[in-house]
Design a binder for this molecule. Structure first.
Ligand SMILES: C[S@@+](CC[C@H](N)C(=O)[O-])C[C@H]1O[C@@H](n2cnc3c(N)ncnc32)[C@H](O)[C@@H]1O
Length: 331
């Protein structure tokens, strides 16, 4: 057993967070706020006199996304502590995104479009080429909606896959329990024709992969800063598009504690730092040196260019020079 504490279960989502009341209030707040944004769009579109077809398409998209978020929120509503909700301290400005981040990942991970499959396939293939085949288990940090962890499950007996976001893990459960999940990615600009303004997407997990997940992959909510895992219980820890979310100095010790001697740390991504403290925006070389000074030997340090969260309906997409860094913990 790798877990060192009990979990709470809300609407099928396993949650290993100590202050669960606060966590649920925060999760509710984030999603509720996002839906306020969807609602404002819908209200604004009612009065539009020009470009009626354009606004009709956008209205259908925002309405579906709005109803989706209501569905995610509804099991939380009766259990959220009102006092905690009123005291949520999360930065309000950061909570409203045009499209729920979950949908950008669902689009790449579970809609099986060429652009997403290409990103996944090339990165997974390169990373696997540096890993031995005799490792027992793996941990995926900030796993999003989980496709990458599932793609690695063939080389491990067991995969532990965690994210701090309630909705990311909720969406995986939703796909596991139902045939499909529909959502929209509205984009008011960078589009060629009305057809691309708000395409509807259908995410699904094929039955073969559902079986694999049931047998091998454990998805759960936890914070990398307080992992619910025993010391030296993990053979390979993956930080894919995650290293730049939180400063290394905050999570290195916690993660290092759970990695076995002779185990692996794998980073993949462009070091696109999403926090503001420049003193923690390490270069790749500094990052690698830090690991080497703390008991790891570098296995590889190289770049792979891929598109990122590319949606072929848009005339705009990101290309990343992803840094792949694989290091082995000294025995
Ligand atoms: C850029 S996304 C990458 C998702 C995934 N690795 C992928 O590439 O598909 C970063 C993820 O980290 C999660 N995250 C942020 N802070 C976290 C924390 N403290 N502990 C665990 N996950 C966290 C976010 O919810 C988000 O899903």
């Amino acid at each position: 057993m790798v877990y060192n504490k009990e979990f709470a279960e809300i609407d099928g989502v396993k949650i290993f967070i100590d202050d669960i009341d606060n966590y649920l209030a925060e999760s509710y707040f984030l999603l509720f706020n996002h839906n306020k944004f969807n609602e404002a769009k819908l209200l604004n579109y009612i009065d539009q006199q020009k470009r009626k077809e354009y606004f009709k398409i956008l209205t259908e998209a925002y309405l579906c996304n709005y109803n989706n978020v209501i569905e995610t929120l509804s099991p939380l509503k009766p259990i959220v502590d009102t006092d905690k909700l009123l005291n949520v301290t999360t930065n309000r400005g950061n909570n409203v995104n045009m499209t729920l981040k979950d949908y950008l990942y669902l689009h790449r991970d579970w809609c099986f479009y060429d652009e997403g499959e290409n990103q996944i396939e090339s990165s997974v293939k390169l990373i696997k080429s540096y890993l031995p085949s005799d490792l027992q288990n793996a941990l995926f940090l900030g796993c999003g909606v989980g496709r990458l962890s599932v793609e690695f499950s063939d080389i491990f007996q067991k995969v532990y896959s965690t994210d701090k976001s309630y909705s990311m893990i909720w969406h995986i459960n939703k796909l596991m329990s139902e045939k499909s999940f529909e959502f929209f990615t509205p984009q008011q600009k960078n589009v060629y024709s009305l057809q691309e303004v708000a395409p509807k997407h259908t995410a699904f997990i094929p039955d073969t992969l559902k079986n694999t997940i049931n047998q091998k992959v454990d998805f759960f909510v936890s914070d990398v800063l307080n992992l619910p895992l025993n010391e030296m219980s993990i053979d390979a820890a993956f930080s894919i598009y995650f290293t730049d979310v939180i400063a290394l100095k905050l999570w290195f010790d916690k993660l290092n504690n759970v990695i076995n001697k002779g185990g692996y740390f794998i980073h993949f991504g462009p070091l696109d730092y999403f926090f503001s403290d420049e003193s923690e925006m390490l270069t790749a070389v500094e990052f690698k040196t830090f690991f080497e000074q703390n008991g790891y030997t570098t296995i590889t340090d190289q770049i792979l260019i891929t598109s990122h969260l590319n949606d072929s309906n848009s005339m705009c997409f990101k290309v990343y020079r992803n840094w792949l860094f694989v290091a082995k913990k000294d025995a």
